[in-house]
Write a protein that binds this ligand. Structure first.
Ligand code: ADP
Ligand code: ZN
Ligand code: ZN
Length: 722
């Protein structure tokens, strides 16, 4: 009697789909099958094999084809995915779709994972010498001059190299060669200090068992050395290591450090890889060829058949939370996978999240600390600049400008931090107080002078900059407030002989330009860096001795209960850039609220104390992590549709449920990109009480007629309420 295959298909529906087994081949849990779906076909993952189907076997269609001889997803990954889909209320198919690289969701044989290495031919060398190739082709020839390179390395250095390879290979200018011998370690570890040794020993004693650790140490305190030592120990035991970083911008230096130190293949997994490369990297991890896997959020789904340790760097970073589709949190999923794999998981940060700190207090995570910074003289001096008493020059106070002048005069570098792109956040008419609003969001549009555009930072709507006021015809339109572009202009005018470098999403469109811009900085010359959050981490800048933080006040006034935590993290991260090497650093924090208790405490007692205070406030207010939230969001072109859905959803909550409900209410941004937005916030004292309600409620939501007229989503543990 044939069994029933329960299959996850990549559709946003909360159910699995039942099929009869294919005529030939084995379809076991974890393997892929091609099935008829709607009018076409789809590739799904067999989640379960059941004896019967609720639909009735006679009505089931057979699967067309089994695509794998053996499970592609192993038992642990299947279990962890099932857990994740249940916890974050993802459609099962979406969870599997996140786990499998796109190229593996096609009904094709698995790609070849052997190392693909390319070399320059003699003809290629002559072509390069003769200068007969330009652009991407020239870049590729140039990259191969010294030594042959593996495809993975080429993808990191030259994202578009495959296009060039398709031209150059048929012309005989480059060729595929046998893989280079495996990398060998070329650097040796420094002698670890006592705290580093204690941290390594604590985690190493748990290799082979599940235990989460929180490693608390500011940037430069030597966390990465702790990771490297632990990865080396896992490798020595014949095991694999997974290291997650929040942004790919942080990866290149880390990859270099891992490869040079460990002498094993390091696989890099992130969303900028081509689909083919991504699939190959994933498969190499699965068959154990990849020993160390470094990646961003989605790399948490990498198969780790020989896992030894999982590490999450900068664990507080919001980038670990996926904000659309399947809304999982990679840090939390890493902990869940570590438990399933029976291995330790190490979360590292200089500014740990309140959630993780609370887990240490509760005894679920073990706390480890690095308090000294190897090589640094002393922590930077932080000083508050009261803006109220000063005449500002494009938002910069005289105190700040004179500190910048002193620093560059000494031949040192300055970082001016402002978390706002563009020239000015508002364009205002001085006659009638009209200002340029986005028609689709009803929020001010940001003036971008270089691009001569007004741009909405919420929906990317663009408009030309008016020369006269559209409302009263006056010609006095003035930019209000400052963004990085305006600060760059003001600082260039003030310091005409010093290079001013702006680093934000606008100046670093290509993913390697960030590195290149910073690489171009000389360590012995003055410079001024102006930039956003991007400058808060990565890349050691030994000649940077002054950090000027301009405008964190938005964070002090925000209604979001996490704003204080984020502000403290940002201030500490950015401040940590000052005086990292042998030179002492100084930090100026310019604010209209010099007496704000959070700022005061942060500066007087540091992040750990401020975080404990914030945690105490959360406990009193019964906010996460002392309660558990889920947010139902809805949006539609008509406000009435949003309201109708949210009211129906509210009414569909089971009678007598134990949750607190806020709403239905408009979202903090009630209109975005022309859509009205609303939400309903559910809060429970216990996670299980919340989830018990959510599971049943979610399926009723799918069935609501009003749900068909809105876009809606459920977000468990939302990190921002927008
Ligand atoms: P983090 O990851 O916390 O930012 P790193 O591990 O990158 O810190 O260390 C910062 C710098 O200090 C690096 O250049 C690193 O090589 C160096 N370093 C770390 N630990 C030691 C040590 N025990 N002895 C000497 N140098 C060290
Ligand atoms: Zn006007
Ligand atoms: Zn807009």
């Amino acid at each position: 009697m044939p069994a029933v295959l329960r299959v996850a298909l990549p559709v946003p529906l909360p159910s699995l789909f039942d099929y009869l087994p294919p005529a030939t081949g084995q379809a076991v849990p974890g393997s892929r099958v091609l099935v008829p779906f709607g009018r076409g076909k789809a590739v799904g993952v067999v989640v379960d094999v059941a004896a019967d189907s609720a639909i009735g076997k006679s009505r089931l269609k057979p699967a067309i084809q089994a695509l794998d001889d053996a499970p592609l997803l192993d038992a642990e990954l299947m279990r962890s995915l099932a857990w994740a889909a249940d916890y974050w209320l993802g459609a099962p198919g979406e969870a599997y779709a996140n786990a499998l690289p796109l190229a593996l969701r096609e009904p094709r044989p698995l790609p070849d994972t052997r190392d693909e290495t390319w070399a320059l031919t003699v003809a290629g060398q002559s072509a390069l010498d003769a200068g007969s190739r330009r652009g991407g082709s020239r870049d590729l020839l140039q990259a191969l001059v010294a030594i042959p390179l593996a495809a993975t390395e080429l993808s990191e250095r030259l994202p578009g190299w495959r296009t060039a390879a398709r031209r150059l290979a048929p012309a005989g200018l480059i060729e595929r060669v046998a893989a280079r011998s495996v990398a060998t370690a070329v650097t040796t570890a420094p002698a670890l200090n006592d705290e580093q040794q204690a941290a390594v020993a604590a985690v190493a004693s748990m290799l082979g068992q599940f235990q989460p650790f929180l490693l608390d140490g500011v940037t430069g305190s030597g966390k990465t050395e702790v990771y490297l030592a632990l990865i080396a120990q896992a490798l020595a035991q014949g095991r694999q290591a997974l290291l997650l970083v929040p942004e790919i911008g942080l990866a290149p230096q880390t990859v270099r450090r891992l490869r040079e130190r460990l002498g094993v293949p390091v696989e890099v997994l992130h969303s900028n890889l081509s689909e083919g490369d991504r699939a190959r990297a994933w498969l190499r991890a699965r068959n154990g060829e990849a020993r160390v896997i470094l990646g961003t959020r989605s790399a948490v789904f990498t198969p780790l058949p020989q896992a030894g340790i999982l590490i999450v760097d900068e664990e507080h970073d919001g980038a670990y939370k996926q904000q659309d589709g399947f809304r999982y949190h990679a840090r939390d999923l890493a902990v869940v996978r570590a438990r399933a794999l029976g291995v330790p998981v190490l979360l590292g940060s200089g500014t740990p999240s309140l959630e993780s700190l609370a887990n240490v207090v509760a005894g679920r995570y073990r706390g480890l600390h690095l308090r000294t910074r190897p090589g640094a003289l002393r922590p930077p001096q932080v000083q508050i600049v009261d803006m109220r008493a000063q005449r500002l020059e494009h938002g910069l106070s005289p105190t700040l400008l004179s500190a910048v002048a002193d620093t560059v005069a000494r031949g040192e570098q300055v970082l001016v931090f402002k978390n706002r792109r563009g020239y000015a956040p508002v364009l205002l008419c001085y006659q009638c107080s009209w200002h340029a609003d986005c028609p689709r969001c009803e929020r001010p549009m940001t003036l971008h002078v270089g691009r001569r555009q007004l741009i909405c930072h919420h929906c990317d709507h663009r408009a030309p900059v008016p020369t006269v006021c559209p409302s009263c015809g006056a010609t006095e339109l003035k930019p209000q407030g400052q963004g990085t572009e305006r600060l760059e202009e003001a600082l260039t005018a003030q310091f005409p002989t010093v290079p001013v470098l702006r680093i934000d999403r606008e100046t670093t469109r290509r993913r390697d330009t960030f590195e290149q811009l910073l690489d171009g900085l000389r360590n012995d010359a003055p410079a001024i860096l102006v930039g956003t959050q991007m400058l808060a981490k990565g890349h050691d800048l030994p000649n940077l001795t002054l950090v000027a933080i301009v405008g964190v006040d938005e964070g002090l006034l925000s209604v979001d209960f996490r704003a204080g935590e984020r502000l403290a993290q940002t201030v500490v991260q950015v401040a940590g850039r000052a005086g990292r090497a042998a030179k002492p650093g100084r930090v100026l924090l310019q604010t209209h609220h010099p007496d704000h208790p959070l700022l005061r405490q942060l500066l007087a007692q540091g992040y750990a104390a401020a975080a404990q205070e914030l945690l105490a406030e959360r406990r009193l207010a019964l906010l996460p992590p002392f309660s558990h939230q889920a947010l139902l969001r809805a949006e539609a072109h008509q406000r009435g549709h949003v309201d109708a859905f949210l009211h129906a959803a509210n009414a569909a909550l089971p009678a007598g449920h134990p949750l607190q409900v806020a709403g239905p209410m408009p979202a903090p941004m009630p209109l975005r990109a022309g859509r009205h937005r609303g939400q309903l916030l559910l809060e429970g004292d216990s996670r299980s009480a919340l989830h018990e309600v959510l599971r049943a409620w979610q399926s009723t939501l799918f069935a609501l007629p009003a749900a068909r007229r809105v876009r809606w989503s459920l977000d468990v543990d939302p990190v921002d309420l927008y």
